[in-house]
Design a protein around this ligand. Structure first.
Ligand SMILES: C[S@@+](CC[C@H](N)C(=O)[O-])C[C@H]1O[C@@H](n2cnc3c(N)ncnc32)[C@H](O)[C@@H]1O
Length: 212
């Protein structure tokens, strides 16, 4: 098994407040019922997507994962305010969450909204979404599970499209028609990075895949 240092993440961990709300759950996914509808929100940022997903159906469980402490604090406070008790917070790298805590055949839905684009070519290898990531997460998905991805980075979108093609035997791309690629803020979470994309005049790409 890998040691903790091999799950190091690039980018920010702490924000200006620089302190963690010590009430975060050191989650044990063992506590979560495998038969429940379990949603994994990867890179939850300030938590808008986690909150929206948790409110849609309170019978569903939303596990969010990020290392950014200010964002997780914000999410925790919002969840408390809205009396949402179907959210589990994991502070750390999703690879560690999957490798060390997750069960096979456990996840019903995955969200990866605006993953860090790492625009410089020499940093592409830091990107979360690659072929190996799909191979890994596939084991933890229930049959028929969906994966929702959004990005506003042209080079990342090209990479995602290439991977969608490579994994076509394992995942069906539900919105293949180009007219369905736009990110619809009515049905999809209006996250901080979605708003940032709009402000910068970018047209975010959205893809929905289904495990075959
Ligand atoms: C660009 S932000 C997007 C946040 C949010 N989804 C949004 O749309 O506003 C990407 C987030 O993913 C987190 N992140 C990056 N790699 C991660 C990983 N391997 N595991 C968990 N979180 C990760 C970062 O800390 C950051 O908060």
């Amino acid at each position: 098994m890998k040691n903790n240092s091999s799950y190091r993440l690039y980018g920010r961990t702490k924000g200006r407040k620089n302190k963690i709300n010590n009430q975060f759950l050191e989650i044990s996914l063992k506590e979560i019922d495998k038969n429940k509808y379990n949603i994994l929100d990867i890179g939850s940022g300030y938590g808008e997507s986690t909150i929206k997903l948790a409110k849609v159906d309170k019978q569903k469980v939303v596990i969010c994962c990020d290392k950014y402490i200010d964002g997780l604090n914000n999410l925790y406070n919002q969840a408390k305010l809205e009396l949402l008790d179907n959210i589990y917070i994991y502070q750390g790298n999703v690879h560690q969450l999957l490798d060390q805590h997750c069960k096979i055949d456990f996840i019903s839905e995955v969200w990866i909204l605006f993953p860090d684009p790492w625009p410089k070519k020499k940093h592409f290898k830091r990107r979360l979404i690659n072929h190996d990531f799909f191979i890994k997460i596939n084991k933890f998905l229930k049959s028929g599970a969906t994966i929702n991805i959004a990005s506003d980075s042209k080079s990342y979108i090209s990479q995602i499209l290439r991977i969608i093609h490579q994994i076509r035997n394992d995942f069906k791309w539900l919105n293949q028609n180009k007219l369905e690629w736009d990110y619809d803020p009515v049905t999809l979470p209006e996250t901080k990075y979605y708003k940032k994309a709009l402000k910068n005049g970018l047209n975010p790409f959205y893809a929905k895949l289904k495990k075959l």
